[in-house]
Design a binder for this molecule. Structure first.
Ligand code: FE2
Ligand code: FE2
Length: 279
C-alpha cells in the first residue's frame, strides 16, 4: 500500500495533463475510500520534485511575452480558457505538493482530507476546461502559457504557513475576484459549456480558500500567534507585488477571509509596479 506522500509524488512526477489528473482522481478515491471505512492511509514521507513534471507543450514564456487576450473574439476566449486550464493544472500540483512537502509538520488527518479533496476538484476543473477547449477546436498545449506559475510554490517550499498565506489565501482568493467577470464573458458569447465549467470552478474554489484560512488559523492557534499579523508579514515576505482590488468581499467572507487581512496589503503597495502572479 502506497503512503499518501508517495501518491502525491506520483502525481507531481507525471507530465501529461490528462494522465496527471486521472492519477490524481484515482489517489483521491483511494484516500476517501479508506476514510469512509474509518481508516487513515499512512501519510509517510517522500521527496517531491522542486518543480512538477509538465508536458512538452504548452511552451512556457515569461508573462510579458504571453500574447494578450481579447475576449471579444473566439480566439481570445480560447486563449482565456487555455490560460485558466494552465492555472488549474498548476493548482493540481500545488495541492499535491502541500501534501508531500510538509510531512515533517504533524497535522491532523483533516488537513489531508481537505487538500486531497481540493486536488481532486482541480483535476476536474482542468479536464472541464480541456473539454471546452477541444469542443472549440483547440486543446491544452496549443498556445504558450505563463512560466512563473510555480514561483509561489518554490518561494514557500520551506514554510507551510507561508505556503498557506500565499497560495490559497492570496492566489486562490484572487480567483474568486476575477471569475464572475469571466463567467459574464462566456455568457455574452453564448458558450454554455464554458459558463457551466466556470460556475463549478467558482463554487468549489471558495472551499479551497476556506481550507487555507482554516489551517492557517489552526497553525497560528497552535503557536499562540495573531493570524492577521502573521498573514501580513508572510505575504510581504513571499508575495511579489500588490494585492489588486476590487476584491470579491462576499466570497472572501464566505471563505473566512476578513477585509482587515487583505485591504492593508493592497493599500500600502497600491502604487508599486507589482504583478499579479495569478493572471
Ligand atoms: Fe480550480
Ligand atoms: Fe483551487
Amino acid at each position: 500500500m502506497k503512503t499518501l506522500a508517495e501518491m502525491a509524488v506520483e502525481v507531481l512526477t507525471t507530465a501529461d495533463g490528462r494522465e496527471k489528473t486521472a492519477l490524481s482522481h484515482a489517489h483521491a478515491a483511494t484516500w476517501r475510500a479508506a476514510r469512509a471505512e474509518g481508516r487513515v492511509i499512512e501519510i509517510g514521507h517522500a521527496t517531491p520534485p522542486l518543480r512538477p513534471a509538465r508536458p512538452e507543450r504548452p511552451e512556457l514564456l515569461p508573462p510579458r511575452d504571453v500574447p494578450r487576450r481579447r475576449p471579444g473574439t473566439k480566439q481570445g476566449r480560447i486563449a482565456l480558457l487555455h490560460a485558466l486550464a494552465h492555472i488549474e493544472l498548476n493548482a493540481v500540483d500545488l495541492h499535491w505538493d502541500i501534501i508531500a512537502r510538509f510531512t515533517h509538520v504533524p497535522m491532523p488527518p483533516g488537513f489531508y482530507d481537505d487538500w486531497v479533496k481540493s486536488a481532486d476538484e482541480e483535476s476536474k476543473h482542468f479536464n472541464l476546461l480541456c473539454d471546452c477547449l477541444e469542443s472549440m477546436g483547440s486543446h491544452y498545449g496549443a498556445l504558450p502559457a505563463h512560466a512563473f506559475m510555480w514561483q509561489a510554490a518554490e518561494d514557500t517550499a520551506a514554510d507551510l504557513m507561508g505556503r498557506l498565506a500565499v497560495v490559497p489565501m492570496v492566489l486562490e482568493a484572487r480567483g474568486l475576484d476575477v471569475t464572475p467577470g469571466m463567467i459574464e464573458i462566456f455568457q455574452k458569447a453564448g458558450e454554455d459549456d464554458a459558463v457551466a465549467a466556470l460556475r463549478t470552478i467558482y463554487a468549489e474554489e471558495v472551499g479551497h480558500v476556506a481550507y487555507g484560512v482554516k489551517w492557517f488559523n489552526w497553525l497560528c492557534g497552535r503557536d499562540g500567534l495573531d493570524p492577521k499579523d502573521v498573514f501580513h508579514s508572510l505575504v510581504r515576505k513571499y508575495f511579489r507585488g500588490a494585492l489588486k482590488p476590487p476584491f470579491n468581499e462576499e466570497k472572501r467572507a464566505e471563505a473566512g477571509l476578513p477585509p482587515d487581512f487583505y485591504w492593508p496589503l493592497a493599500e500600502e503597495v497600491a502604487d508599486a509596479p507589482g504583478t499579479a502572479a495569478f493572471r
